[in-house]
Design a protein around this ligand. Structure first.
Ligand code: SF4
Length: 344
């Protein structure tokens, strides 16, 4: 019997070889191109990369919200609590959205409707998913507002969004997202439009919510500092693929992919003396016109001949550390070769 599989709890989410393509006059755009990762209950995973690398499209694919008709999920599996979300009916999927998986969008402040009261907006997911009885609805809404640190919540239920400060509105959006008790929260750059103080408060709030309700989080960002504060593990994306997966500590201590290294060299670090920040030469490829081989090759200072013709496979280079780069694949081949020579 496989002892490990009998004792290790199944992951909450398992994304396997997910592919989402866009079919337009410009050709076929491989926006998500064979993405695989897992997420445990209570764990937070950061999706990191430049704009257009496929982070947001990966999360929209998980929720089956890819813009139609151009976009289509062409293959793969999204196993959520063992059930493949790509194979269930649209009606069942509507129950999953909001109730089991919630999403906070890039500009959370604009998600509040100015003509509805705060109380009604937090109550909406509770009503839609029938989470509490009518008699306990307002008690539950007040509790949620108090959970996100809104003072005297009972007295604020009939207020409108314009009567709340930016930071408070942000917290109300958090309350709305967790109202129906989801197990997974997908946060797509929710702090981008906020000033630094509110950003810090918001990240603290997310961490607290995660601790209190054992919530799993997928946090989409291009900001390394945010990622360090909120995530346990990171998947670095480039041109629709995950090129490296590792823990947050490993990200800062021993990045292995040249793209990850370049991202780290382009930002200030408190723990390192840097005289000059390096920018990444060139621009990210267009998904409609990807080069053959490794998509990072035209920008990579370490590119070799094989990189321009063959796509590197994912290689395990440590506990919870995988990288797709021929440099590491080469190391593996060499160590295998050395091992077999020694054995001869
Ligand atoms: Fe650079 Fe080659 Fe590695 Fe791609 S596979 S990141 S081009 S070294």
């Amino acid at each position: 019997m496989d002892t490990e599989s009998s004792t290790t709890p199944a992951p909450l989410l398992e994304v396997k070889d997910l592919r989402t393509y866009f079919y337009t006059r410009s050709g076929t755009g491989r926006a998500v191109d064979g993405v695989s990762f897992t997420l445990k209950q209570g764990e937070s995973l950061g999706l990191l990369g430049e704009s257009g690398c496929g982070k947001s499209m990966t999360s929209l694919s998980i929720l089956r919200l890819v813009p139609r008709p151009a976009g289509r999920i062409v293959s793969g599996q999204v196993l959520f609590r063992g059930r493949d979300l790509l194979r269930i009916s649209e009606q069942d999927m509507r129950r999953v959205r909001g109730k089991e998986i919630a999403m906070i969008l890039q500009d959370p402040l604009s998600t509040l409707n100015p003509v509805f009261t705060i109380g009604n907006q937090v109550a909406e997911p509770l009503r839609v998913h029938g989470v509490v009885s009518r008699s306990r609805l307002w008690e539950r809404v007040s509790k949620l507002l108090s959970l996100v640190r809104i003072p005297a919540p009972e007295s604020r239920l009939k207020d409108y969004p314009h009567q709340f400060s930016g930071g408070m509105r942000q917290r109300v959006v958090g309350a709305t997202a967790i109202a129906a008790g989801p197990r997974l929260l997908i946060a797509d750059e929710p702090t981008t439009s906020l000033d630094v103080t509110i950003q810090a408060q918001y990240l603290r709030l997310l961490k607290e919510l995660q601790r209190e309700s054992n919530l799993s989080i997928i946090y989409i960002t291009h900001d390394l500092a945010t990622l360090a504060r909120i995530c346990d593990r990171v998947a670095v994306m480039y041109a629709g693929k995950i090129v490296e997966q590792l823990t947050v500590e490993a990200l800062f201590e021993r990045p292995a992919h040249p793209y990850t290294e370049a991202l780290l060299q382009s930002v200030p670090r408190m723990d390192r003396k840097v005289h000059r920040f390096a920018s990444i030469e060139g621009s990210p490829p267009v998904v409609y016109d990807l080069p053959p081989g490794c998509a990072f090759a035209p920008r990579c200072p370490k590119a070799m001949d094989i990189c321009r013709s063959e796509s590197p496979p994912a290689t395990r280079i440590g506990a919870d550390h995988h990288v797709s780069c021929w440099l590491h694949e080469k190391d593996e081949h060499e160590s295998h070769a050395a091992g077999s020579q020694e054995r001869q």
